[in-house]
Design a protein around this ligand. Structure first.
Ligand code: ATP
Length: 242
């Protein structure tokens, strides 16, 4: 679905030859400032330099009008609060108007949003707000997601979520992937690579330092290189997760 031949953002990111396929969930890992958001926003068609070569469904990304992209590309940026004094329901129904799908109710149920539909957006906790943002971006591309034809790009979808909701969201993303959608997310939770991600892409200082199947990439030496954490510390961390 996405074929990136070249992407160059001076002093931020330099990557070549990356493919993101249908029915695959890719996890982007990397320390703060590694370039994950820069990569995701370029794949989303935002801030793409003229000399970048990225094809979405075989068409150069620069040739896609943003309004067309928005119908099949779900994009979650990093946003921690709302600038609007409206209710959750008002905000979500704005996105529901043109893309109402049966999955809409499942997503609200799954993300447990129905209980606070009448609350003001700016009164929500960080995790509640993040769940509403996830519902919003899925809803926007709802029809394409339902048909398994969407590209779902989420920058730190697990940020602010408690442990249970981290699993809820990862399970939801896995279901979207299983429908045929292409899912690419960034996260600071490498432990979710196993059992959820088909591929892992590790970035450091704007370069890819490792990529491939989760079991080959998420190992102590590569994580140590990626984050600059001692292998012994990582071993303790992963032992604690078992
Ligand atoms: N608008 C901008 N102008 C200039 N430099 C930027 C801009 N946004 C980000 N950067 C820089 O680009 C680099 C990559 O940033 P990016 O946000 O892509 O990293 P990240 O991997 O998503 O980090 P984090 O885990 O902290 O979210 C960083 O050095 C950052 O300071």
């Amino acid at each position: 679905m996405i074929d990136l031949s070249q992407l160059s953002v001076p002093n931020r990111l330099q990557v070549t030859d990356l493919q993101f396929a249908a029915r695959e969930l890719t996890l982007l890992l990397g320390e703060n400032g590694a370039g994950k958001s820069t990569l995701l926003s370029a794949l989303a068609g935002i801030h793409v330099s003229d000399d970048s070569i990225i094809h979405i469904f075989d068409k150069p990304i620069q040739d896609w009008p943003l309004a067309s992209l928005a119908t099949f590309r779900a994009w979650l940026g990093q946003q921690t609060h709302s600038h609007f004094s409206i209710t959750v329901e008002e905000m979500l129904s704005f996105f529901a108007q043109s893309h109402h799908t049966p999955d809409w109710f499942d997503w609200l149920d799954c993300l447990e949003i129905t209980a606070f539909m009448n609350r003001q957006l700016d009164s929500l906790s960080g995790g509640e707000f993040q769940r509403v943002q996830l519902a919003r971006v899925l809803l926007q591309a709802g029809s394409a997601i339902d048909e398994g034809q969407a590209i779902v790009l989420l920058d730190e979808p697990l940020a602010a979520l408690d442990l249970r909701f981290q699993y809820v969201v990862m399970d939801l993303l896995k279901r979207l992937r299983d429908k045929g959608n292409c899912v690419v997310i960034s996260s600071h939770h490498p432990e979710f690579a196993t059992g959820y991600a088909d591929n892992v892409l590790m970035l450091k200082k704007g370069q890819v330092i490792a990529q491939g199947r989760s079991e080959n990439v998420v190992c102590a030496d590569k994580l140590s290189q990626c984050y600059g954490v001692e292998p012994e510390t990582l071993a303790r961390y992963f032992a604690g997760n078992n």
